[in-house]
Design a protein around this ligand. Structure first.
Ligand code: FES
Length: 113
């Protein structure tokens, strides 16, 4: 059951292809953001969760990266095939998709803590 409103911030930063840091856009994050929006619409969750594209959130080595606020849960190595699970497990049921979670000590800054 849907519990509370959340913001899902998806890094869509793009760097040149040979940049040593890489970028989330090179890991299909733009498509991931689009798929998240489509999944919210499909599940009639528009207005209950917002998908936001961001620039680099300084955890590039984990791309594609997204974070769910205000929960301050960071996901890395996210692929298009993970979108439905993130929506179902986290946004609807309020549980963490542990296999994708970036450990707290390696994640980015929280907006709320
Ligand atoms: S490019 Fe996505 S976190 Fe840096």
């Amino acid at each position: 059951m849907f519990e509370k409103k959340r913001y899902v911030m998806v890094c869509t930063n793009e760097r040149v292809s040979d940049h040593p840091k890489g970028s989330c856009a090179q890991c299909n994050s733009v498509e991931i953001r689009t798929m998240l929006k489509e999944e919210l619409e499909k599940q009639n969750l528009k207005g209950k969760a917002r998908i936001l594209g961001t620039t680099c959130m300084d955890v590039c080595e984990h791309g594609a990266v997204l974070c769910v606020m205000p929960d301050n849960i960071w996901y890395g190595g996210v692929q298009v095939k993970d979108v439905k699970e993130i929506v179902d497990v986290h946004l609807i049921n309020g549980k963490v998709v542990e296999r994708l979670q970036i450990p707290k000590e390696n994640s980015g800054l929280s907006l709320f803590e």
